[in-house]
Write a protein that binds this ligand. Sequence first.
Ligand SMILES: [Zn+2]
Ligand SMILES: [Zn+2]
Length: 163
Amino acid sequence: MSFQPAPVEERFWAKVRKTRGCWYWIGGRAGKGYGQFMLRSYYQTYAHRVSWLLHYGDPGDKWVLHKCDNMLCVRPDHLFLGTALDNVHDCIAKGRFVAPPKKTRCKRGHVYKGYNVRMERHGKYLVQVCRICVRDSHREAWRKKYGQGLAYRTGSKVPKAKE
Ligand SMILES: [Zn+2]
Ligand SMILES: [Zn+2]
């Protein structure tokens, strides 16, 4: 192993300001508001992940999440491991994504139910997307291109949403 822990730790803690509560990362930041740390010359990662690595070992493919909801906090006992899905739920629970009021129908009146509804992230919003409308817009584009006479062929089945 060519990994040298001491310099990494030194570099890491030089960028941390400890308070009685959270320990703040004052180094560079990644796009989403998390602290950013160059672990090795070729590997850049989130500062709170590095904190986890230094204290508990490599988090692997798990996500390192915040109990304190402070994205710049690197205090090890404020962190916990979860999955990517936990992260989404956690963000919703803590209001980091603002979920729009849940609608039961799309703009054009299709029922959001089962297969017909798909969640998509638009910036900080999670929005419901209607698959029937998506399919229709594809059909519309097809008609514009090839005219009304040709049937639109699609490989994906979109079942009718039941009332
Ligand atoms: Zn904290
Ligand atoms: Zn629709």
